[in-house]
Ligand binder design. Structure first.
Ligand SMILES: CC(C)(COP(=O)(O)OP(=O)(O)OC[C@H]1O[C@@H](n2cnc3c(N)ncnc32)[C@H](O)[C@@H]1OP(=O)(O)O)[C@@H](O)C(=O)NCCC(=O)NCCS
Length: 188
């Protein structure tokens, strides 16, 4: 059944459903919870409002905002009957992807510390970033030593770390070609 769940942009005629879903999911109410505000957010350049849909019913939401400096994630909510099936994680992955596509390199989220489920959820989300960070640091250390040792062969000791991080995000294979792209190629 979970394969039937799709993540898609919210339509402007669905704002009322979204407001009701936030109530049913127990999201903290906000003064900005109005149909007009939702429509404005969806029509703004940096605004993203995604829904999770199961068999024609909206069961989850997440919003994303990109202000040109930082990406923000908010209004993540999944209806109680559909929780603990990875839908929250899928919504977060997709909004992250869309924010990064728009140019965001830093993302933030505000979590109320007394909301135990929200805190546990975001702690679980951090794990994949920790693994990414570990892979990133190991790779960068390897490149650093490599640059020092191979300058005579490649003729350069400048490493394109930005490209390297992009390659990791794209889950490229760590092989000689990948390293040559960021570290310079051996000269003939
Ligand atoms: C927070 C919320 C969106 C999570 O949605 P969800 O679809 O149940 O989350 P997922 O199934 O994707 O869970 C992802 C991870 O969080 C953990 N998690 C989520 N809810 C949990 C709970 N009640 N207890 C323990 N762990 C929980 C899961 O263990 C899971 O980790 P895993 O995949 O490694 O096992 C949902 O509970 C909700 O709508 N809560 C009310 C609104 C809210 O608090 N929103 C967050 C605002 S910051």
């Amino acid at each position: 059944m979970d394969e039937d769940i799709i993540i898609r942009p919210c339509r402007t005629d669905e704002c009322e459903i979204i407001l009701k879903l936030w109530q049913d999911a127990g999201s903290t109410p906000s003064v900005s919870d109005t149909i007009d505000n939702l429509k404005k957010e969806m029509q703004s350049d940096g605004g993203i409002l995604l829904v999770a849909e199961c068999e024609g019913t909206i069961i989850g939401t997440v919003m994303g905002g990109w202000d040109g400096w930082r990406g923000n994630i908010y209004r993540l909510a999944v209806l109680p009957d559909f929780r603990l099936r990875g839908i929250g994680r899928r919504l977060v992955r997709e909004v992250e992807r869309q924010l990064v596509d728009r140019g965001a390199r830093k993302l933030s989220i505000l979590v109320e510390k007394n909301e135990n489920i929200a805190v546990t959820f975001w702690d679980a989300m951090k794990n994949s970033n920790r693994h990414w960070l570990a892979a990133n640091m190991t790779g960068e250390a390897f490149l650093g030593f490599g640059a020092f040792n191979t300058k005579k062969i490649t003729g350069q000791d400048v490493i394109d770390f930005l490209k390297f991080r992009q390659d990791i995000v794209e889950t490229k294979t760590w092989d000689l070609d990948m390293f040559a792209e960021v570290l310079g190629k051996p000269q003939k």
